[in-house]
Design a protein around this ligand. Sequence first.
Ligand code: HEM
Length: 406
Amino acid sequence: MLDTPTAPIAAFDLKALPPGFFEDPYPLYRALREQAPVHRLPDGGVLLTRHADCERVYKDAATFSSDKTREFGAKFGPSPLFTHHTTSLVFNDPPLHTQVRKPMMAALSPRAIAEMEPGLVTLVDRLIDAMQARGTVDLIEDFAAAIPVEIIGNLLGVPLADRGPLRDWSLAILGALEPAPSAEVLARGNAAVTAFADYLTGLVAERRAKPADPERDVLTRLILAEDGGRRLSEHELVQNCIFILNAGHETTTNLIGNGLELLARFADARARLLAKPELAKSAIEEMLRYESSNQLGNRVTTAPVRLGDIDLAPGTFVTLCIGAANRDPSVFPDPERFDIARQPNRHLAFGSGIHQCAGTTLARLEGRIAIMRLLERCPDYHLTEAPSRNPRVRFRGFARLPARVA
Ligand code: HEM
């Protein structure tokens, strides 16, 4: 480890990324981890790249708060985006966090998710049939992005005919979470929150009038949920439904897209998985580790705390670099190697602690069925052009993955 960070590392700024970063951020992450694992950013916050530091922060919710009211106030001003994000469970501490999370977890139980498998297989096979009929396809548009929107639409009971705009709303809202969103990105995000909230207010009213089975329907569960005699307000309900749709959408699209690109890139891994499909579970974990769909997380310190050799004052904005932590050699031997049989695999792709992803079972199921069905039915699928990436630092994935399937 070096004592003094080299100039590019000392000056590294998430809001002014160097050329080539989106293609391959990992050499920079590695240099940060080795030279400045708790890196002071120009705006006064810090960026963490070691697994142990990220895990410690995730697990200590009292010292590292998820409440982003101050940051989002500065970033979004009084706006629909501000209202939305400051009401979502992921950007709140207990008690609101617990009140939303409890019923959500109950409706997303492993049993409820397992029951979704047959419908998921049918959906995936239908998409593969359509792609095989065409031959030349975009694995994002025609496949990866088409799956989560249907699955989460089912989970919230959004009628089929209403699902058209969901993906664009979701992309617009999440796009505004980038470290330096443009005025246009903010305007699109604000318009999407307004349209989405209007739509969901109507859906909530319908569901109140005609509740569904609370064992299966997340929305009914959230409407009926009570904590200490308090029910969620209309506003909390609507904003958290927007969040579920967003949380499970782009992340899962990117797991499927990134996984298919990895199997196209590493022919040996693809051949091994085809020969030994029982490696599917560990292969999905390795895809989550190697190209994590969600690369960054954030917390704010509530008290003075020391991380590495840096003292942080209360109110410091902390960015956890999941993508870097997941290639930390102190946890993952030979971390740059894509090893579909890697065991153990303590990646942080789903975060950790009280906010750990509520959709892990669902995301893993969607990833496994989508990737394994495509591999089994189209073992020779291959990319026909260089894929184009979404130029985003927080959500890592492709905009297009042009391919040929047979
Ligand atoms: C590959 C797919 C996915 C990835 C990589 C992912 C990643 C994450 C991460 C890193 C967090 C923690 C955020 C933090 O602590 O700051 C999180 C939270 C969350 N995720 Fe996921 N997620 C995925 C899929 C899903 C799906 C399918 C759903 C929904 C059905 C979902 C619902 C949630 C919810 C509700 C939270 C907030 C939990 C809380 O604050 O207690 N996610 N996710």
